[in-house]
Design a protein around this ligand. Sequence first.
Ligand code: ZN
Length: 375
Amino acid sequence: MPSNIHLVQRKAWSILSRSFKADRVASTYLLHGPDGLGHWPLAISFAALLNCTDILTDEETDLLLPCGRCRSCRRIDELNSEVLHTAVPVGPHKNHDQMVELINEFLEQRRREPFRILTARVPVNIPIDRAREIKKSLSLKNAGGFRRVVLFSHMHRMKTASADALLKMIEEPPADTVIILTAEKPEMLLPTIQSRAQKIRLDRVPEAMAVEYLVSNYDLAAERARLMVRIASGNLGRSIAMVDDFEEPDTSRRAVGFLLFKSLFSADNPSAVAMLIEMVNDRDRSAATELLVLWQSLVRDCAYYAATGDESAIVNVDFSPELTRIARFFEQSELAGEMTDCLKIALADLALNVHIQAALVALALKLKSRIQVAA
Ligand SMILES: [Zn+2]
């Protein structure tokens, strides 16, 4: 567990730890924000704080922190505590044993990588059976005098009907029990659940901390880590997902190529684009060519979708949801033609002896200025 979650999510931690200090802990919290910002470590650290026998005060921030060393802290850190009840999204399973196996896999991964985003290849849901088990065990008397914590991670992955069954627990939480829900957006949950939870929004992870985390946990050079954090707009979990992509050269190039394409349509400072281009190796002409060919095909997808609204015709299916959003820029019909022309010229130039990075930066800025005109 990262010991500095109080700095990584300082505002959220400050709300939680102050509520504890003032003995005004809410019965239900909803931690929300894009996946990857640290909902999980925040919830676990709060569970630890609620039960720590040797609470510390951080000198710098004056916030309370769990010690991380007492028996209770260690067991919660290991996700093996009678205090902590977790319900997590898992893929399809045939029976209870399989469900338990999948849950354990999820927890094992969280132990190692608490910030990781959910990147399932199969549809995942929080199983209603697990929710029922939790409900049942909470109905037992809390004999230890500790504060039980129920964590529903990725609550928006729970089917509405199942979530409905939880409502009673949230309406009338058992004594000495804190319910923590996490979701990307509050609107993804039933209004009745939303209205009963204290909402806490997570912030972007400060760049220096995200970089430090990637460097020390994923064995990355600082420069590369910084680029990933910037591409992921301060989302640590997404940066971590990119580390995997980079180990797989083909997907990595494709992923970077798409991120670069996407950055053309963002409101970021144009210098950000130039910085991203640094990721393309200056001597690798074939990588640059591949990048531009990818962009041509992405432009085609966007233009076609803008004209027809037909998602099934998108060729780059792996980026389909995002392409349908970018497509709105192509409602102005000249944009696709202009971009295609620029790309054609750039591809021809690449075949000659031009400085690759300089050519890409110039191209990106040219495209970006067209897009701003169109937008
Ligand atoms: Zn402790």
